[in-house]
Design a protein around this ligand. Sequence first.
Ligand SMILES: [Zn+2]
Length: 135
Amino acid sequence: MTWKCPKCGRVFSRRDQAHYCVKPQTVDEYINAQDEAVQPRLRELRAIIQQALPDAEEYIAWSMPTYRKGNNLIHFAAAKQHIGLYAGEDAVNTFAEELNGYDVRKGTIRLPYDRALPAELLTRIAVWCRDAYGR
Ligand SMILES: [Zn+2]
């Protein structure tokens, strides 16, 4: 079981873990607030999304790194064992076959830290989200 602080979005193994709680205002602050061990992976995912969506604006929404172009397109969040990539129900249905082998639930793709990021697939998913949700 993990616990996610509702204020800053950090994930801990113990509920109500005492910590230096600051709500991140930027994606840099968000990534820097996570476990050092997972920061490189978060930066890697961020770079994949930024490359796929060069015209999207990056900001924090619902305590998560978020990319928007008119509307919110895609979010991600660090968890204990994985990064949750929030692409939406329609996106995960569209890519269901290629996401076979990943834990997918409620429009979220779980990208485990012990597995390399499928950069090419994630790029296509991000572009799909822009085309479907953006304006
Ligand atoms: Zn907190």
